[in-house]
Design a protein around this ligand. Structure first.
Ligand code: TYD
Length: 133
């Protein structure tokens, strides 16, 4: 199983405003099939609570901050995202929880596959069986 990691993106500083960019296969190691974003998360709420069998993702805090906890079935690691020029590479097969969203935070998620409800594992015990093979 691949390890999750923070990827630092290009930052083009400019007095008129900064710019960052993501290109598939250059900045992130997969083809972008889908983009979605999570916003207006009420204080204290959680997102995630599932794993994907095939889908790989890259998560960027475009605005504000939040935590992403990743679990490979043996150990958990929490990543704090709070800059728009870095993101978290989340290989397939990891259980994911997102929490501690700041007010007005905006999470951009780039995905390697189309949406497929059958790709989700939403039961943690089932995930453990899947992960610990
Ligand atoms: P879900 O992936 O469970 O959200 P999160 O991981 O942030 O808690 O998705 C929430 C709902 O949105 C679920 O009913 C499926 C739907 N959805 C789509 O229709 N297309 C998508 O690409 C995504 C990510 C979710």
């Amino acid at each position: 199983m691949e390890h999750p990691r923070i990827i630092e993106l290009a930052k083009i500083f400019d007095p008129r405003g900064n710019l960052s960019v993501i290109e598939e296969f250059k900045d992130i190691p997969f083809k972008i099939e889908r983009a979605y974003w999570i916003y207006d998360v009420p204080g204290g709420d959680h997102r995630g609570g599932h794993a994907y069998k095939e889908n790989t993702e890259f998560i960027v805090a475009l605005s504000g901050s939040f935590d992403v906890e990743l679990d490979n079935g043996y150990e958990k690691k929490t990543f704090h995202l709070n800059r728009s020029y870095y993101g978290l590479y989340v290989p397939k097969g990891l259980w994911r929880e997102m929490s501690n969203f700041s007010t007005n935070s905006l999470a951009l998620v780039l995905s390697s596959t189309e949406y497929d409800a059958d790709d989700y594992i939403r039961d943690y015990q089932e995930f453990l069986k899947f992960a610990r093979v």
